[in-house]
Design a protein around this ligand. Structure first.
Ligand code: HPA
Length: 279
């Protein structure tokens, strides 16, 4: 087997090109980026709003999941410049890790300091119901880690430091934002799976016993890479379905996930507005 030399510039150079392409289409220079998962619709009325589709950004990989628009909205919220990424790239679409983290590498090139990530997730915890918002305070990374991912993370972090913990200071800001906005916020451990199929009952019983509270197919690869690049990252899940009732999970569909996420968007909007004020 030939070992391919992985070099950070192979990620950074395309991200620089994409940044130049994006910045030639907008005058906004965001300090915060927000990634929206399936169905989540928030920050729809930014001041000085501009929209750049992913496909107009040189080198941006093609996004394809339903419920994801595939564009960046840039604008100002109370004077703070923000970029909202509508839609992400998933491993289950066949993307290599470098594509999945491309938007994150681009945010780093753009000079973003903090990233707020959101996703739609299934509830494992018995007290969770559809519509609940959960602050991800820990995670179980249950996706296969490819050679490429391991190589790049080790270039940034070293071989012994590839773990990832959420930043306690940002978690505290998220809790305070929930208090400021009077939005109920749970806190839980996210199990990150490859997907795209939903889980079997046996798997869900396993994840419950492992300490998982919510389950989904995204976010963690980007969050790990964001932290490796020195960015602040804080993640929220919207519970779109419960998984402990066998019948409920059997009936879960992507359409249901998108619909419930849309219904929770108003509360998530309030919460993230309060968080932006604290960042
Ligand atoms: N499982 C995995 N991913 C998900 C789910 C689920 O039940 N709901 C939304 N994303």
């Amino acid at each position: 087997m030939t070992t391919q030399p992985y070099r950070l510039e192979d990620l950074f150079t395309p991200a620089e090109t994409a940044k130049d392409s994006l910045f030639s289409q907008t005058s906004i220079r965001p300090e915060v980026a927000i990634v929206l998962g399936s169905g989540i619709q928030i920050f729809e009325n930014l001041e000085d709003q501009e929209v750049v589709p992913y496909e107009k950004i040189q080198g941006f990989p093609k996004a394809s999941v339903k419920g994801h628009k595939g564009e960046i909205t840039l604008g100002k919220f109370e004077g703070k410049s923000v970029a909202i990424f509508h839609g992400r790239l998933h491993r289950y679409e066949g993307h290599p890790w470098s594509n999945v983290v491309f938007p994150t590498t681009l945010m780093h090139a753009m000079g973003v300091k903090n990233i707020i990530m959101t996703n739609a997730a299934g509830g494992i915890h018995r007290y969770y119901t559809p519509g609940d918002l959960v602050l991800i305070r820990d995670h179980i990374y249950w996706q296969p880690v490819t050679q490429e991912e391991r190589a790049y993370l080790s270039l940034k972090l070293g071989n012994e430091r590839m773990y990832f913990n959420f930043d306690p200071a940002l978690l505290e800001k998220a809790r305070l934002a929930a208090h400021d906005s009077d939005v109920a916020l749970r806190q839980g451990t996210y199990v990150c799976l490859l997907g795209p199929t939903y889980e079997t009952h046996g798997e869900l019983r396993l994840f419950s016993r492992m300490g998982g509270d919510i389950v989904g197919m995204s976010t963690i690869p980007e969050a790990i890479w964001a932290q490796a690049l020195g960015l602040g990252v804080v993640c929220f899940s919207c519970v779109t379905n419960v998984t402990y009732d066998p019948l409920a999970l059997a009936n879960t569909s992507h359409e249901e996930v998108v619909e419930v996420a849309q219904q929770s968007s108003a509360r998530l909007d309030q919460l993230l507005q309060a968080l932006l004020r604290r960042l």
